[in-house]
Design a protein. Structure first.
Length: 179
């Protein structure tokens, strides 16, 4: 991999989910830049708890962390009319699209030509659907589809989060996921 091609922007949904993906990307020869973009989170307090965990994971891996502005109103506008959709439905698709679009914009701004997301490590998320969304947004930025769940990725990321003693949430993030 050429020196200028080794950077990859990884959209991180939380510290727990990004732990193993960051290490795997490094093993693959990438230089991950973590992008914490989660305006879907229902409160600023939840955003800050997850950000604190993300900072610990990023420091553990010695990777750069970029924090996107928290703008819950943008999320609410994005999913307007889809509030009663079931989990993993159209509301979630729109939420993922919003966050990955912000990742593409940040990658373009930084001159990074590849991006991915830690969302796919969750057993509650559909790898093919997220990959399709990522690829549809890619334009001049390549979406790198890696199923981080493979080779016990979810177990590995949970083990690391326990070792680091970071905050472990029990819901995806938005107020509609709690219903």
């Amino acid at each position: 991999m050429a020196q200028n091609e080794n950077k990859i922007l990884i959209h991180a949904c939380c510290g727990i989910c990004s732990g193993y993906p960051i290490s795997l990307l490094k093993e693959m020869g990438y230089e991950p830049v973590v992008f914490f973009s989660n305006s879907n989170l229902d409160t600023l307090e939840e955003f800050e708890r997850r950000l604190k965990a993300q900072k610990i994971v990023s420091m553990y891996h010695w990777v750069d962390l970029i924090v996107d502005e928290y703008n819950h109103n943008e999320f609410l506008e994005t999913v307007k009319g889809l509030e009663n959709e079931p989990e993993r439905g159209k509301r979630c698709d729109k939420c993922i699209e919003m966050r990955l679009r912000r990742a593409v914009n940040k990658a373009q701004e930084l001159g990074i030509t590849k991006f991915t997301t830690s969302l796919v490590i969750s057993p509650h998320k559909n790898f093919e659907k997220i990959t399709s969304i990522g690829k549809s947004l890619s334009e001049d930025i390549e979406y790198v589809a890696i199923d981080f769940k493979k080779k016990d990725g979810f177990l590995k990321t949970n083990k690391l989060s326990k070792e680091l003693g970071i905050y472990r949430q029990n819901y995806c993030g938005c107020e509609f996921a709690k219903m």
